[in-house]
Design a protein around this ligand. Structure first.
Ligand code: SF4
Length: 372
């Protein structure tokens, strides 16, 4: 199955942009922090970018999954809350996290246990993806499911058309980017969700990357003016000590107190089944640490309704309730069209709709499908 999938994936490629040619037919990929140097015939660590006779070929023309659902699922809390996003993904990843929830597609070419069938790939054009978004009333298109950084040329082709259609564009990423990739993506990218998985360099190495690269991506994206939200999956015995959570939160505070920090609950998955789910009390503690370090917006996720009020958005100046949530549902929305607190007029950081009356209230967030 793996050979079949690789053959199909290789067919669905075009010459890329994010690379440089080296001597003797070698190339250096510039998409992610691995900066793979590849001889002719070699694949990158992600397995989906390949050097063919001195040209780097990159994924193109398919999705392994696409659906329109609430943007709160990504999760984004300050990026068009109450809207739907058409989310699409391909296959492959530049990390190999033991607890990946999307491992069937992310590790499709690395783990024979994934049994990912090529029949799950749908060939499609960028125009068809955007038409699908419009047809399903999405207000944003988001690249997610696998790691979008490794398929950035494809995402940019979609985002260019999405912008023309008046849609916002986002990435749900592990943040293992390069400055070159961020510059390439910046004209089209509005929102970036980054997983900051741990503050321990050796833990990051186990997952397949370097901590500093992720920290640099967060800093650079904020400096560029991209809207950034950060997620930390709080995993018992991995990254859940108060000391580490303080360090994570202090780092974010130093970059910007306006970065929303989502602390979310781990559930045993893939290869990490040797520990239980994150208790609600641990999330509560992580959230309190975030607030004590001075972050303006801290959210606790994956335990809807059990960590009261930590799903809601409050004004950091006057504590007015601005957005009330229950899981992916928005039950109250009080921001003004200019993204201000209606009580004290403080500006609330984020990307808000200029038509608050169109915010989806009380929707159940079921996936929306339309004919391609
Ligand atoms: S995206 Fe990253 S892992 Fe893949 S080829 Fe490029 S540098 Fe290597």
């Amino acid at each position: 199955m793996m050979t079949g999938l690789a053959d199909v994936i290789d067919e669905l490629t075009i010459p890329g942009t994010l690379y440089e040619k080296l001597d003797e037919g070698k190339v250096r990929c510039l998409a992610c922090g691995h900066r793979c140097v590849l001889k002719p015939g070699q694949r990158g660590i992600c397995k989906v970018r390949v050097n063919r006779e001195g040209t780097l070929y990159v994924p193109w023309g398919y999705v392994a999954g696409a659906q329109t659902d609430p943007i709160e699922k990504k999760p984004f809390a300050h990026f068009l809350p109450g809207s739907d996003a058409l989310t699409f993904g391909m296959v492959g990843c530049n990390f190999h996290c033991d607890y990946c929830q999307n491992w069937i597609s992310s590790q499709a070419l690395c783990d024979p246990n994934a049994h990912f069938s090529p029949y799950n790939l749908q060939q499609i054009t960028p125009r068809q993806v955007v038409d699908y978004a419009v047809k399903t009333a999405a207000q944003a298109v988001v690249s997610s499911y696998n790691e979008p950084i490794i398929t950035t040329e494809w995402a940019v082709a979609i985002f260019k058309l999405a912008k023309e259609a008046g849609l916002k564009c986002g990435y749900v990423s592990n943040g293992y980017a390069t400055p070159e990739m961020l510059e390439f993506l910046r004209p089209y990218l509005d929102g970036l969700k980054i997983d900051l998985k741990t503050m321990q360099a050796d833990q990051y190495r186990q997952l397949g990357g370097k901590l500093d690269v992720v920290l640099d991506t967060i800093r650079q994206a904020v400096e560029m003016g991209v809207w950034v939200e950060v997620v930390t999956l709080v995993i018992p015995g991995f990254n859940d000590t108060p000391e580490e959570l303080w360090e994570t939160s202090r780092f974010l505070t130093a970059v910007s107190r306006d970065i929303p920090w989502h602390v979310t609950a781990f559930h045993p998955d893939y290869k990490m089944t040797d520990r239980g789910a994150t208790p609600a009390a641990a999330l509560q503690q992580a959230a309190e640490i975030g607030e004590e370090t001075g972050l303006h917006y801290v959210y606790a996720g994956n335990l809807p309704g059990r960590v009261d009020s930590l799903e809601n958005t409050y004004c950091p100046e006057c504590r007015q309730l601005l957005v009330a949530r229950q899981g992916f549902r928005i039950s109250e929305y009080h921001l003004t069209a200019a993204g201000k607190c209606p009580n004290c007029q403080a500006g609330i950081a984020g990307i808000w709709t200029d038509k608050p009356e169109k915010v989806r209230l009380d929707g159940w967030g079921m996936p929306r499908r339309a004919r391609w």
